[in-house]
Every structure is written in C-alpha cells, then in structure tokens.
Write a protein of this length. Structure first.
Ligand code: BES
Ligand code: ZN
Length: 636
C-alpha cells in the first residue's frame, strides 16, 4: 500500500499535469491532509528525538558529523524508512543498539527531485523492526550548496572580521542540513553539540545560555517537541544584551546597542502575549539580528526569533515583525499547520495575533494603520494570483511551498479571524483562542480539523451568527466574501487625502503635515499619489520629504517601487543603493519587478541584479530570477 502512495508522489511530482486521485492513493485517508512535500513514510515510522553532533567548517562551507534519530515504528511489518535529504552526502548509516553497539544499516539513495530533494531509504531489519523504538545514526556532511545554510564571508558582516553562518529551514530546507523526516506533521525534541572556531558563538532554536563560555563547543537542548522547519542554527561573532528577565537580543557587537534600543519592548510584548493567548511554553524568548542577507523580516525559530537588520529604523516603527514572530510561539510553533497547504493556520493566525498585540502595546490607531496597509497588499496580490490559489486552503498537490500563497495566507487569514472575532464578540473569541491553543498544544492541525473544531466550539455553540457554509467560503473560495470586514484607518485616510490635494496642486508640499506622521502614514501617502505626476513634481516631493534618503526600509521599499513604476530616473541612483543595502526579499524583489515591468528597464534590472546577487541569499535570488522569467515569458 505504501508503495502505491510513494509511487503516486513521484508521478505527481515528475509530471505536474498528473495528480494523485483518491483511488490511486488508498493509504492516504484524506489527500488534502497529506504532506506532498516530503518523501517520509510517516504512517510507518515517526521520529521522536534528534541528537546532532556537528562541526562547523567555514573553509569547506560544510557541516560535518552525525544525526541520531530515535524512531518509533507505527506499522508492524514496515521494513524501510524513508528520510528527506537535499545535497547531503551520507557517509554511513547504523543502528545504535541498546547495548550501545553499532550495527551497520543498509541504505540507498533515491532519485533527486528538483523541489523535494533526494529520498534516503534505510532498510530496517527484522530484529530491529521488532522493537517498538529504535535508534538510527546517520554520518553525513552538507554541501556548500545547502539551500538552508548561508555561509557569509567576513566582508558581508557588520564587523568585517569574522565569517557568519545561519540557517533558514522553513519551508522544506531542514533536509539540506539534516537528514530527517522533513514535514511539519512530525514533532521532535532535540539535543545538539556544535563545534565552531573557538572565537565564535553558536546559537540554536533551543536553550541558549546568554552567559555561555565562548570556547568553540556548545551544547543545546530543545525539550519541547517541534516540527523540523523550526530547527535552526547561527554561528558568528555574536554577543548578547538583556532586554527583560526572560528576553534579550543577540547580534554582532556593532549592532548590539541599536538592537537593544529598537527591541526594548520585547519583554512587554511577551508578557502581553501571555496574558492574551495563554502561557508561553518555551522558556526564554530572545532575538537574533542577522546580517543583511537574511531573506525574511523574521523567522520564528523557537526561543530565538531570527530578524533582519533592516528593522533597525531607530524609532521602533518596524517592530510589528517582532510581535509577529513572538505570536508564532502560539500559532505555528505550539499549534502547527499539518502541511504547507494549511499555512494560513500558521501565518493568518499569527498576523491576527500580531495586530492584537500592536493594539495593546502601541495603539489602536497604529494597529489600524498596519491592518489597512496589509489589506492593500492583499488586494494587489489578488490581481496576480490565480483564483484557485486565492483560497485559504487550496487543493495543492504539487508546486514549491517556497513560492506558495504568501500574502493570502497572511492577510486573508487575518481578515477571516477578524471576521470571527467581530461576529462572536471579542470576549467570546478570546476564550476560544485560549482553548484552541490549549487543546492543540504541541500538535498539528489541518484546515478541515480547524473547521470542525470551530463548528463545535463557536458556530454550533453560539448559533445564528455564522454558518459552516460561510466559513467554507473563506477556506475554499477565491477573493474575499462580501461580508468581510474592510480595514479602516483615520490616519491613513488623512494621508490619502493629503496625497490627493497635493497631487492636484490644491495644497503646497509645506502644507502636508508629514512631520507628525508615522512611517505607515508616509507609505500610504506615497501609494496614494496621482499616477501622472511630472518629474519636477516628484523631485520636489523627494526633496521636501527626504524619500530617497530615508533610513526606514519600508518607506524606501514603497518609494522605490513608485520610482521604478514611474520611471523617475533622477532617483535611480538611490534606488540602486536601496537594492545594495538590503537583502530581505520583501524589500528588494518588488523593486526589481517594478523596474522589469515598466516597459523600459528589464535590462537595467537584470544588470543591477547580476552585480548584487552575490550578496543576497540564494532563496532571494531564486525568487527574483523566477520573477524575471515570468515577466519575460508573459510580459507581466
Ligand atoms: N515564518 C515566516 C517566514 C517564512 C515564511 C519563511 C514562509 C519561509 C517560508 C515568518 O514568520 C514571517 O511571516 N515573516 C514575515 C514577517 C511579517 C509578516 C511581519 C516576513 O519575513 O516578511
Ligand atoms: Zn509568520
């Protein structure tokens, strides 16, 4: 039976026009809940614990050592375990017996798939098979091409003296630094011993000790079970500054003071989140500020969120990313989407909780501003995403989870939860939130399980407010239902009015009260300008508001998208500087896209990219390349 399923996966991936039907895949009870992005036969074996012992070799750009998996057999006569790998060299496989003796295991490497990587098959002989649990050790080394690891030379760090390594495992990259069952449906605890050059510090998504002795050997434990995409490591010239009793920030020493200032509210955020969502289950909550090539705003690695340095605006205006990553300690890390197709259960929930935190810690007005900006991004996104993929929980059997869903999972998911909150009232909904996190703690959930849980605990418990069909519309239909709540913000309305008045010449630039505006209002102002402003007027605006010279990465992003769309050449030099200064995909990709789509500057965009790509993260490069190919193929 399992062979049939396995076969079906290969077919679905090698010929994307074919897909598994229920008949072809009898081993999968509900094909929607199957993880199409892992080779692992998790219905036969599940990993419970991982022990890593790795040496970090900056010269060879490789991690080398062993991963020892404690595995539980689920199906009695299953005789082969399948693990996920990508660009990993397996040197030996062995079973560690209870006596401590090692028994050589037989393994074979399967065919490589461009998105999923390479399955590793390990025979489980009868005597081992008879045990309910067994231990498998894999000796291996990673490749410099590992899609999860970025090996940065000293020149690309703040201090310019020491190299830096960091991982990014989500969505399916853990398999490129650890051979394992790489699916969010399996949770593991882990321990690790990491050897580094003695002057550097290693950190993991585990029990980092702010006072650790810097001696080149670091031991970690993560006692709470986590999905594989939350496995994380960073090594560099990293130091620590405390924020509160349970919170602090790690970064290169050059950025430490600025980071401690920018994220000073983290302890308050943690306490507020606990009061609102239930107990924080992970011990400490620290932040790690990475070099500029970190491809995301943040990544919710448990106990240690990874953050882009582009958040260091100097005025705490971009800290909603911290609220977001912290909120993942509940939505995502505690209650995890069963597959990437259910990603809205991670990201939509987290965006909703992020806004809730921003309301309490900062102000309703600020949360409204951010909510409206997110909504605007969602509307733009609907214009480019095909209708089938606009569902929160689409049918998904192939593709790459890295370029899947994004904005829709975040912002449509958020609007869905805001709609539920409004319908049942905040008090009732808050009780639901607490119970949901308690009932599914350290578990995984599919969209269909969520629907049933919601039905039982809210829809049926408080009849006459929302029916199941309405919820299904959110989950399975494109766009937004007519009854969605449309975000509003008084501050942003004012900014839009000012943009209209200035654009039409009714007021002077000195009459625009921008000094009192938040960066969010400034972004909305920029996005609300008339489309046919002359070069002179754009120059005037830029000079008065200092847009090209901004040190706020989000204002820069918004402005330079406009600069590229409008072909406002006087600002092209600063646009190029923006593209060199930041590596976060969100900050650079849309600027390249706007250049490439403006009818004149595709070649320029490609030239700049060709020069700068060396300092970007491989995932950022892949995403920009694929945008260029799409634009070249379709003209859009
Ligand atoms: N988990 C995501 C980052 C991610 C998503 C990595 C998909 C790999 C695949 C993280 O929590 C996130 O959402 N980051 C956002 C933050 C923003 C929405 C506040 C980002 O990086 O832009
Ligand atoms: Zn997120």
């Amino acid at each position: 039976m399992i062979r049939a399923t396995g076969f079906c996966i290969f077919v679905a991936f090698s010929l994307t026009s074919l897909s598994c039907t229920r008949e072809e895949a009898p081993a999968v009870a509900d094909p929607r809940s199957h993880d199409y992005f892992s080779f692992a036969n998790t219905d036969q074996f599940v990993t419970q614990h991982l022990n890593l012992e790795l040496t970090v070799d900056f010269e060879a750009e490789e991690l080398r050592g062993s991963a020892t998996l404690q595995i539980r057999r689920i199906e009695n006569d299953a005789s082969e375990i399948i693990l996920d790998t990508r660009d990993i060299t397996i040197e030996a496989t062995s079973f560690v017996q209870t006596s401590g003796e090692m028994l050589k295991a037989e393994h074979r490497i399967g065919e490589t798939h461009s998105i999923m990587g390479t399955p590793l098959f390990v025979k489980v002989p009868a005597d081992i098979r008879n045990e309910e649990k067994f231990t498998l050790r894999l000796d291996y080394r990673t490749s410099p091409k590992s899609t999860a690891l970025q090996w940065l030379p000293a020149e690309l760090t703040a201090g310019l003296e020491h190299p830096f390594l960091f991982s990014q495992s989500q969505a399916i990259h853990a398999r490129s630094w650890i051979p394992l069952q790489d699916t969010p449906a399996v949770r593991i605890t882990y321990t690790a011993k990491i050897h580094t050059p003695p002057e550097l510090l290693a950190l993991m998504s585990a029990d980092n000790d702010p006072g650790a002795e810097r001696d080149g050997t670091y031991e970690f434990e993560m006692p709470q079970p986590i999905p594989s995409y939350l496995l994380a490591i960073a090594v560099g010239n990293i130091y620590f500054a405390p924020i509160g009793d349970e919170t602090g920030v790690y970064s290169e020493p050059e950025l430490l003071e600025a980071s401690a200032f920018e994220f000073a509210d983290t302890q308050t955020m943690l306490e507020t989140a606990e009061a609102m969502f239930g107990p924080y289950q992970w011990g400490r909550y620290d932040l790690l500020i990475l070099p500029p090539s970190f491809p995301f705003g943040g990544m919710e690695n448990p106990r240690l969120s990874f953050l882009t340095p582009s958040l260091l605006a100097g005025d705490r205006s971009l800290v909603s990313v911290v609220a977001h990553e912290l909120a993942h300690s509940w939505s995502g890390n505690l209650v995890t989407n069963a597959t990437w197709r259910d990603g809205w259960l991670n990201e939509g929930w987290t965006s909703y909780l992020e806004h809730r935190l921003m309301q309490v810690i900062y102000s309703e007005a600020r949360a409204d501003e951010e909510n409206l900006l997110d909504y605007r991004e969602l509307l733009l996104n609907f214009e480019t995403v095909n209708p089938a993929m606009q569902a929160l929980a689409p049918t998904l059997e192939h593709g790459d989870p890295d370029d899947f869903q994004g904005i829709i999972h975040y912002h449509k998911g958020n609007l869905f939860l805001q709609y539920l909150e409004k319908a049942f009232g905040r008090d009732v909904f808050d009780v639901f939130i607490g119970e949901y996190f308690r009932d599914f703690a350290f578990g995984t959930i599919t969209s269909e399980q969520f629907l049933d849980y919601l039905d039982e605990n809210l829809l049926s418990a408080y009849p006459g407010k929302i029916n199941r069909e309405q919820v299904k519309q959110w989950l399975y239909a494109p766009g937004l239902p007519d009854y969605a709540l449309i975000p509003t913000s008084r501050n942003l309305d004012t900014a839009a009015e000012m943009a209209a008045l200035w654009s039409s010449g009714e007021i002077d630039i000195t009459d625009v009260p921008s000094a009192g505006w938040s960066p969010q209002a400034m972004r909305h102002f920029i996005n609300s300008l008339d489309s046919d402003l002359s070069t002179e007027r754009l120059n005037e605006l830029d000079a008065a508001l200092g847009l090209s010279a901004t040190s706020n990465a989000e204002i820069g992003r918004t402005w330079f998208i406009q600069v590229a769309q409008r072909q406002h050449r006087p600002a092209y030099e600063q646009l190029e500087q923006h593209l060199r200064r930041y590596g976060r995909t969100r900050l650079v990709r849309p600027v390249y896209v706007a250049l490439a789509q403006n009818g004149s500057d595709l070649e320029l965009a490609k030239e700049i990219f060709a020069e700068v790509r060396e300092v970007y993260h491989p995932l950022t490069n892949i995403s920009i390349e694929s945008a260029f190919s799409r634009i070249q193929e379709t003209g859009n």
